[in-house]
Write a new protein. Structure first.
Lengths: 581, 262
């Protein structure tokens, strides 16, 4: 690309040359020819160098902590990122400036994300900096932006060297609120009607003393009691029955709404991580069930560090989910997506590979009868007339304005270029390209996936044309109820089921879930509901009462409130398992 | 940067010497010196073009002020003074632009949009840092200056070769040959570079090019099919009274085979 400086110089030289040729001034003609030849040679050299380097630049990246390279990041910890741009072509670039596209969701603490200089095969450009992430999810390093120029600044080219690396950001391991109380509970009284059910085991509470039997380990001998009774006595400890806790986490669109890392889903993930960590510390079993309106993903209750790490990984993946809706306007997302493509895929927007016929908007703009229109209740003639008038307006806009308006033509070009990139990424060829050009809803959904994959935040409408809430996801109630029934069927002892779900927008459609909760309660399981909204809010009170009738507490998804409540329920269950049936 | 300032100053001095040796006007020479020196010290953006313009105007005045026979001037004579003048002018211009790259900017304002960027990143630098200047690039520039001046002499000799073109005046014919030669060179070079660029395509670019070619060939048929499909989905939505997302997501999932998490 010729810069403004290069263009000005080129025109000045051409002008001087033309004047000298017409006026036959040899000295000026020679000077003009000298400058022109030097300029053209610089252009040729720059082009040859950039073509030689094209496809032969690559990135070497290293993400490490103090102990060495890592595969996952942790919330709140500091990691060092190092990237190196290497050139394996034979030609060296005279001047290159690299710039790291710092992922969203991480904070750069120090170091530099830019470097410049000549890029020779033996002399790569390097950057290094330290980052810290504040929320679970994932961090995506896209690659490096390389801006090349000649020494004079006449020619310029910007490319993006792809080096996609995804790192999970796991929830923090040191949640202060995620620990059980260590106070001993000696004064728990058995509930009325319950019977003692002592079981010897390997716990820490003393259960009984008995006569020594051959084979008992010597460390279990109660020496003082043996001395008093003049025979060997052996200590027996209570059994520590592990509690199974299954956490049902809502990952539907309703909790994904909001900025990545600051939405409701992140709060739920933090709560689940803290509870899972506390359970793991107490050697309890933790299960996880992620659900949305389409299905569930289930992890059986288990314990151990490996299981905890697996839960964290699944939670980190879930925290990156972004909401999608086909009701978004194309013009709202198109500029943002095109800017992202300009930044990350500049090579794929070049007309040599992504050609756009400029006459296409004149010849075939999007048809009016494929445009979405807000639904109008049918019946009265007036409303039919309104619908017809709106259709006529669409026809006029697509037939006239879309052909003549510069903005519409620009948007058409952007849409074609982005559709081509999306179709290539999905591997579905020109069929999808044509479909994306005509179907608004499909196009915006694909754009939303494209943006969320690159961790770019975008705005979404919360309410549809009929003033309905778009992210209620009512079908998730049936999915959750089915998952709960299945978990109850799998359950063994008294278990704790924690439902972390956004049920408020669909509080009038909870019947399947209530039936499943009743079944769980009938089998002596404990159920707890954690709602993202405050449980004290006016609309939530009714839902709270409904669940309270079944003996199910409802709490808000606030770490200070919900984590202690869940752990308290677990502690109660543990006490029951230990001594009381 | 001091190396380039030195080269620019030397070139400017040489330029003035050549001009004075040719008996140029002292005022114009002093003006060239002032403009060139100020441009060097302050890295003025217009200084190279101004110096070129002053030299051109000076030569033009000299040409029109004297009664030199144009035909005798047209003879392809290799003159050392011209070579030195051209090399000095080129040296000054190149040094001046490189100084501008070091003090003002070498990269144009082509920053990607801030909207997709992390707020904790630093703004992109546009100028070249002084420590990246090597003595090798400076010496290479200085050595190459006479080469370009001599090459220009050869091209000028070729341009001045007597030729008849459509019965035009010889000056117009020369200008036309120069223009056509430039266009032809650029056209051929551009196509050769395009070919080389295609050979260097990455897999993603090649795939996109193939897809784009196929789409261009079948654009009309694909458009009609896609329009009816889009209309069908809209019709499904309205007839089933189902939310758009339900119909759409199901269609997209079945069409694209996307698997989301969880």
């Amino acid at each position: 690309m010729l810069t403004s400086r290069g263009l000005a110089f080129f025109l000045a030289v051409l002008l001087a040359l033309a004047i000298s040729l017409v006026t036959s001034t040899p000295s000026v003609a020679l000077a003009g020819l000298t400058l022109l030849l030097w300029f053209l040679a610089s252009w040729l050299l720059f082009q040859v160098r950039t073509i030689q380097a094209h496809g032969r630049l690559y990135v070497e990246r290293r993400v490490a902590d103090k102990r060495g390279p890592v595969k996952s990041l942790w919330v709140g910890r500091t990691f060092e990122v190092g990237a190196r741009l290497c050139n394996k072509s034979q030609a060296a670039l005279s001047f290159a400036c690299i710039d790291e596209r710092l992922p969203l969701g991480v904070e750069r603490l120090d170091g530099t994300t830019q470097a410049e200089g000549p890029l020779a095969p033996a002399a790569p450009l390097e950057i290094g900096y330290r980052i810290r992430s504040h929320s679970p999810g994932s961090v995506r390093f896209e690659g490096l932006t390389v801006r090349m120029a000649d020494f004079q600044g006449f020619f310029y080219r910007r490319v993006f060297i792809q080096d996609v690396r995804d790192f999970r950001v796991l929830p923090s391991l040191t949640a202060a609120r995620g620990h059980f109380s260590t106070v001993k509970r000696h004064n728990l009284l058995p509930l009325s009607g319950a019977h003692r059910h002592p079981r010897p085991g390997t716990g820490s509470e003393l259960l009984d003393l008995r006569d020594y039997l051959p084979g008992d380990p010597p460390k279990m001998i109660a020496w003082k009691a043996s001395a008093r009774r003049d025979r060997l006595m052996t200590k027996e400890f209570e059994s520590e029955v592990p509690i199974r806790c299954t956490l049902f986490v809502d990952t539907s669109n309703s909790v994904r709404v909001g900025l990545p890392g600051k939405n409701t889903l992140t709060s739920l993930v933090n709560i689940v991580a803290a509870v899972a960590q506390a359970n793991s510390a107490a050697r309890d079993l933790t299960g996880l069930c992620l659900f949305d309106e389409f299905g569930v993903s289930y992890i059986k209750p288990a314990r151990g560090q490996r299981h905890l790490l697996r839960i964290f990984e699944v939670l980190a993946d879930a925290a990156t989910l972004a909401p999608t809706t086909g009701e978004t306007a194309v013009a709202q997302l198109l500029p943002l997506a095109h800017r992202l493509a300009e930044e990350v895929y500049p090579q794929l927007l070049e007309p040599q590979v992504n050609y756009f016929p400029n006459w296409l908007p004149l010849w075939a703009p999007q048809a009016a009868w494929t445009l979405r229109r807000p639904p109008i209740p049918q019946g009265t003639p007036l409303r039919r007339l309104k619908e017809s008038a709106r259709y006529c307006a669409d026809v006029f806009r697509q037939g006239v304005m879309a052909r003549l308006s510069a903005k519409a033509r620009k948007h058409y070009r952007w849409r074609k270029q982005l559709s081509a990139i999306l179709a290539t990424r999905l591997g579905l060829g020109p069929g999808l390209l044509a479909l994306l050009l005509e179907d608004d809803a499909l196009f915006v959904v694909e754009l939303q996936h494209f943006l969320s994959e690159h961790r770019v935040a975008f705005q979404l409408p919360l309410y549809g044309p009929g003033n309905e809430y778009l992210f209620a996801a009512p079908r998730k109630v049936e999915v959750l109820a089915a998952a709960l029934r299945k978990a109850v069927a799998r359950g063994r002892d008294n278990e704790l089921f924690v439902l972390l779900a956004d049920l408020l927008p669909i509080s009038d459609r909870l019947d399947p879930l209530l039936a499943a909760v009743k079944m769980a309660r009938a089998r002596h399981h404990t159920v707890l509901v954690v709602c993202p909204q405050s449980a004290d809010a006016a609309p939530a009170l009714e839902m709270r009462r409904t669940f309270a009738r079944l003996g199910v507490p409802v709490t808000g998804a606030f770490p200070d409130e919900s984590i202690p409540l869940i752990l308290d329920r677990l502690e109660r269950l543990r006490a029951l398992e230990r001594g009381v049936r | 940067m001091s190396g380039y300032v030195g080269l620019g100053a030397a070139s400017l001095g040489l330029l003035l010497l050549v001009l004075l040796e040719r008996g140029q006007n002292l005022v114009v020479s002093a003006l060239i010196l002032i403009v060139g020196a100020v441009g060097l010290l302050n890295a003025q953006r217009l200084a190279p073009i101004l110096v070129l313009a002053l030299v051109t105007v000076n030569e033009l005045f000299k040409q029109f002020g004297s009664d030199i026979d144009l035909d005798s001037e047209l003879l392809p004579v290799f003159r050392v003074g011209d070579v030195v003048l051209c090399a000095a002018l080129l040296g000054y211009v190149a040094a001046q632009y490189r100084i501008q790259g070091l003090s003002h900017f070498i990269l144009p304002a082509d920053d990607p949009p801030e909207i997709t960027r992390n707020p904790s990143r630093t703004p992109l630098p546009r100028k070249r840092s002084g420590h990246s200047v090597t003595s090798q690039e400076l010496s290479l520039l200085a050595v190459s200056l006479p080469f370009w001046a001599i090459l220009a002499q050869l091209v000028w000799t070729w341009l001045n070769y007597p030729r008849v073109l459509l019965g035009w005046d010889w000056r117009v014919a020369r200008a036309a040959v120069c223009l056509l030669g430039l266009i032809a060179c650029l056209w051929v070079t551009n196509h050769v570079l395009d070919y080389a660029r295609r050979r260097r395509m990455t897999l993603a670019e090649a795939r996109l090019l193939l897809q784009d070619t196929l789409w261009n060939e079948t654009r009309g048929e694909q458009r009609w099919f896609a329009r009816w499909l889009a209309w069908f989905w809209l019709h499904c939505q309205s007839s089933r009274h189902a939310p758009r997302d339900d119909v759409l997501t199901r269609s997209v999932r079945t069409t694209l085979g996307r698997k989301e998490q969880p």
